[in-house]
Design a protein around this ligand. Structure first.
Ligand code: CP
Length: 307
């Protein structure tokens, strides 16, 4: 495996290799072990054309705990503003002996484009491209599910909210499907679902009360206002009334159901604070496990020790 650009098409064997490798890094993510030397001498370059809190910082922490050097390109103050192309920027960083690029971009396909133009010793990781894919988020989500609900082949998972604009939802659906989760539900208004949603192999619900019934996992999504045209934009209040996850609605899921959210959360829009901070929430463990999963991806790509 040279790059990680999407979960779609990745065989189950590789997904499991990544998740099993991540298992070995949980102790490092939780600071029981300080760091490991697997990427000593390598340079990881974070290039984020779109804002991020969790993904950029956990990639940085993960790379440092693998003993890599980390270079964070500040795109807003870089020579991109003077008209330099994305490939010229990347080629200059390769001239500085960068080994791995972690790329987030508002355009779908940006990480693929870079991957097509780098030499074979360089790896590219997609850290989110437009509404297309966010593979490490999908991986950390299934890793978190596996930690809390190891019997993946028995699970009923509901993904709730703005599926249409969500790269996270697409990556999660591909990962859950490949790993054999038998029932994946999406719950959303018609305007926030892709027209080809049925092709994703999911069950579609437009009603929270029906969709949440007896699920084991509830994954909430943020309304991606920045990717919507005005006509489709529901008001925050309207959305919360119909699709917000409240304690009363969560009570329809199985009593031991877990609640997930990739972040950033909009409290009072898609999720009530009583749920986000409640005992069924695993939203912050998702972040910690994200370090382990990103360490695994970089170790595999950088060391060639899997797939
Ligand atoms: N989940 C996620 O991608 O969060 P950030 O946008 O903060 O990186």
């Amino acid at each position: 495996l040279q790059h990680l650009l999407s979960i779609e098409g990745l065989p189950k064997r590789i997904l499991n290799d990544i998740l099993d490798t991540a298992e070995n890094f949980v102790g490092v993510a939780e600071r029981e072990v300080k760091k490991v030397p697997l990427l000593r001498g390598k340079t990881v370059c974070n290039i984020f054309f779109e804002n991020s809190t969790r993904t950029r910082t956990t990639f940085e922490i993960a790379a440092k705990r693998l003993s890599a050097d980390v270079l964070n390109l500040n795109v807003s103050t870089s020579s991109q503003s003077k008209g330099e192309t994305i490939l010229d920027t990347v080629n200059n960083l390769i001239a500085m002996h960068a080994d791995m690029f972690v790329v987030r971009h508002q355009q779908s396909g940006a990480a693929h484009f870079i991957a097509q133009h780098v030499p074979p010793h360089i790896s590219v990781i997609n850290a989110g491209d437009g509404r297309h894919a966010h593979p490490t988020q999908g991986l950390l989500d299934v890793f978190t599910i596996r930690k809390y609900k190891p019997e993946m082949h028995n699970l009923r998972v509901a993904i709730v909210g703005d599926v249409l604009h969500s790269r996270v939802a697409r990556s999660e659906i591909h990962a859950l499907t490949t790993l054999g989760v038998p029932e994946i539900r999406v719950i959303a208004p018609r305007t926030l679902l892709p027209t080809d949603v049925e092709k994703l192999g999911v069950q579609v619900f437009h009603n929270m009360e029906q969709g949440l019934k007896d699920v084991d996992v509830v994954m909430m999504l943020r309304l991606q206002n920045e990717r919507m045209s005005g006509a489709l934009l529901p008001s925050s209040q309207e959305f919360f009334q119909t699709f917000g996850l409240t304690p009363e609605r969560l009570a329809l899921a199985r009593p031991d159901a877990i609640v997930m959210h990739p972040g950033p959360m909009n409290r009072g829009v898609e999720i009530d604070s009583a749920v986000a901070d409640g005992k069924q929430s695993v939203i912050l463990p998702q972040v910690t496990y994200g370090i382990a999963v990103r360490m695994a991806v970089m170790a595999i790509l950088g060391g060639g020790n899997a797939a």
